[in-house]
Design a protein around this ligand. Structure first.
Ligand code: UD1
Length: 386
């Protein structure tokens, strides 16, 4: 059997790493004619050292066999360029399966191209729905699931979403959350990383005094924010930044590994000077997986609009606010047994639930099958697909 698996952007890397390891294990115990031939394709949507290469090294992902080098661009440009380039790869390699993960532009582009070439497609992390079509990722999720022959879901709510959309029962397999495989695999290693070293190596700006202050703090909060709904609108972004600077940092020092897209928007809206003047806020460059895991393990709270971090906070027990109006991962919310609160980008909501989580202790939650063994179940479902 020949499988092409696809990655494109940062959140894909922690999902593909355990899958590739599962193929390695499978090949060790099977005879040569049953072995899986694997081809890794990187679409090149993320290409920086810090947004891509670091993750390949830390997560032990082999060098991609093919890099489509699509780079940055509009959604149509990224999707179109990926489809054109990926079609050529499919014609050359003629795989039995294309495996896509997550919800980025690479996921959509390669699932559509695979189906047009009559290649079976498997989606790992199928069935997540925010029901908000203004999110580019929601379009990617819906189209990818529609194209996929095999839909591997992280939780039962996602399986239910697919049933409600009329997907046939034999295409839906509940396998658990593959990102948690990576978390469990690297948990031990991350605990050993020195906190101060992370701050020193990754500080965005040179500021001795601030690093000295942060080296002595006991509690801290973490921020990540890059969604267009939070960073592309000047008024929304300004209100959130003002709250960080004038209010939140008065209560707890905040560490913010900042996404390149967010930096660009803050600069464009002229909000940079106020932000960097805030003494209780430390900006970091985008950090690697292990450093993020280490910071998350020690954080008192997390403020985020990321998808994956909501899941990691749940398993680590970090109380968190999701700075969005909806989530495709409702299982991470306290009302469904998780550790988070949905607050959107309305400052009075944020303030109210910030007070709530500041008084909470770490309380790890583990949804069913988020056990570190999801990748084996994914491969098993592919190999046994009828
Ligand atoms: C993409 C995903 C999003 C995911 C996020 C994680 C889609 C639709 N969106 O959004 O789901 O949560 O990745 O990071 O696929 N840039 C760099 N270096 C890079 C790549 C990008 O500096 O290696 C900058 C570019 O200026 C680019 C901007 O970041 O314009 C945004 O990158 P892009 O790939 O368009 O989307 P993300 O916002 O990262």
């Amino acid at each position: 059997m020949k499988i092409i698996s696809v990655v494109g952007a940062r959140p894909n890397f922690m999902k593909i790493a355990p899958f590739i390891r599962a193929i390695g294990k499978y090949n060790q115990i099977n005879t040569s004619n049953e072995r899986i031939q694997h081809v890794l394709v990187h679409t090149g949507q993320h290409y920086d050292e810090r947004m891509s290469n670091t993750f390949f090294k830390e997560l032990d992902i082999p060098e991609p066999d093919v890099n489509l080098e699509v780079g940055s661009g509009s959604h149509a440009e990224q999707v179109g360029l990926t489809m054109i380039a990926f079609e050529k790869v499919l014609l050359k390699e003629r795989p039995d399966w294309v495996v896509v993960v997550g919800d980025v532009n690479a996921t959509l582009a390669c699932s559509v191209t695979a189906k047009k070439e009559l290649v079976k497609c498997c989606h790992i992390e199928a069935g997540l729905r925010s029901h908000d079509i203004s999110m580019p990722e929601e379009i990617n999720r819906m189209v990818t699931d529609r194209m996929s022959d095999l839909l591997l879901t992280p939780d039962k709510m996602s399986s239910e979403n697919l049933r409600n959309e009329g997907e046939p029962e034999n295409s839906i397999v509940f396998v658990g959350n593959i990102m948690i495989d990576t978390l469990e695999y690297l948990r031990e290693k991350a605990t050993k990383i020195d906190f101060n070293n992370i701050l020193e190596v990754n500080a965005l700006l040179e500021n001795e005094d601030r690093l000295k202050f942060f080296s002595k703090i006991k509690d801290y909060g973490l921020i990540t924010m890059h969604r267009p709904s939070n960073v592309d609108d000047e008024q929304i972004l300004e209100a959130i930044l003002n709250w960080y600077v004038d209010d939140a940092t008065e209560r707890i020092p905040l560490i913010w590994p900042i996404h390149p897209r967010t930096v660009k928007q803050i600069e464009q809206f002229g909000l940079w000077n106020k932000l960097i003047a805030c003494r209780n806020l430390l900006l970091l460059k985008p950090i690697g997986y292990l450093d993020m895991l280490r910071l998350n393990m020690g954080a008192k709270i997390m403020l985020t609009d990321s998808g994956g971090l909501q899941e990691e906070c749940c398993v680590l027990g970090t109380p968190f606010l999701t700075l969005r109006w909806n989530t495709e991962r409702p299982i991470t919310l306290t009302e469904n047994g998780g550790a988070g609160f949905l607050v959107g980008n309305n400052i009075s909501n944020i303030k109210r639930d910030f007070d709530l989580i500041m008084n909470q202790n770490r309380n790890p939650k583990r949804p069913k099958l988020w056990d570190g063994n999801t990748a084996d179940r994914c491969l098993n479902a592919i190999v046994n697909f009828k």
